[in-house]
Design a binder for this molecule. Structure first.
Ligand code: SAM
Length: 275
């Protein structure tokens, strides 16, 4: 039992890459397009793969069925709500899967133990990428930056409609709001559309907001959140604070509070709503 636990945990990255493989082969899209339970050979021919790889595809599917990504009936494979997320128009979380399994970035985890051996607050990412933060890396590698934007937007599109419908009261009494570290504006767009009287702004690094979604429903401002943020009744922070150490976060929130005074709202912070 203990040996199995160690083996399973050591090999658990295979599940991540099996999911990545399903995204790359668009297995969800093929099953959805088939419109009924899809037998293995039909799936194989639709990709298409050489017939000698069919049994390997079958093993991949078995793993993904065991992980709850697909369902297998006697007639063939079907989508689950999870694999449906890889299909939903405008919020295909396949971009997120590709981002977090990116071959160049994922190598940092092989060096995790090194950060424990050194003093100071250098992150694992900075250590592996010669002192660069993820944001600088994404700026220098536009392909990765684009994928990052798509991945974040896909999560926001999946989450935010539910959030504004279920928790409208968190926006009560606000005239304006700024989404700090809001990426290309996917979250703020949904807020602005749900509450048309609320003036919304997306704020992020200049090269990120340069790619902001085209929309008349919100304003776009570029800058460094550690220097200055646009004045607003409230700041919205989603999936941002977890990127920084606690010292930085508390310092930041207290500075933001000073910047927002004497406005009645301070900050209704949503810390990593996706986790
Ligand atoms: C994990 S992403 C979250 C994006 C968005 N809030 C969401 O939930 O999809 C963190 C964001 O913080 C932004 N960011 C990092 N450092 C920043 C800074 N100094 N000033 C403004 N934005 C920053 C990044 O560019 C990125 O868009």
């Amino acid at each position: 039992m203990d040996l199995t636990r160690i083996q399973n945990l050591s090999l658990s990255y295979i599940s991540s890459f099996a999911l990545r493989c399903a995204v790359d082969l668009d297995i969800s899209g093929r099953i959805q397009a088939y419109g009924r339970p899809m037998p293995l050979n039909e799936l194989a021919r639709s990709i298409p793969i050489p017939p000698e790889k069919d049994s390997m595809l079958g093993r991949l599917m078995t793993l993904l069925v065991n992980q709850g990504i697909f369902v297998q009936s006697e007639a063939g494979y079907l989508l689950t709500p999870a694999s449906g997320l890889l299909q939903t128009e405008g919020s295909n979380v396949g971009a997120y899967v590709r981002l977090v399994t990116d071959a160049e970035v994922i190598k940092i985890w092989g060096r995790l133990s090194e950060v424990f051996k050194e003093s100071g607050e250098v992150s694992l990412f900075e250590k592996v990428f010669d002192g660069k933060q993820l944001w600088e890396f994404a700026k220098e590698k536009p392909e990765y930056g684009k994928l990052f934007g798509e991945a974040m937007a896909s999560l926001s599109n999946s989450l935010m409609r539910g959030l504004v419908a279920s928790y409208p009261h968190i926006f009560d009494g606000l005239n304006n709001l700024v989404d700090v570290g809001g990426g290309t504006g996917a979250a703020v767009k949904i807020i602005a559309e749900a509450f048309p009287k609320l003036r919304c702004t997306v704020f992020d690094l200049p090269h990120v907001v340069a790619k902001a979604l085209e929309s008349n429903s919100f304003d776009v401002v570029g800058g460094d959140m550690f220097e200055k943020i646009p004045p607003a009744d409230a700041i919205f922070l989603k999936n941002v604070l977890h990127d920084w150490g606690m010292k930085i976060v508390f310092g930041y929130l207290s500075d933001a509070k000073k910047q927002l005074n004497p406005v009645k709202m301070v900050a209704r912070s949503l810390l990593s709503t996706s986790s």
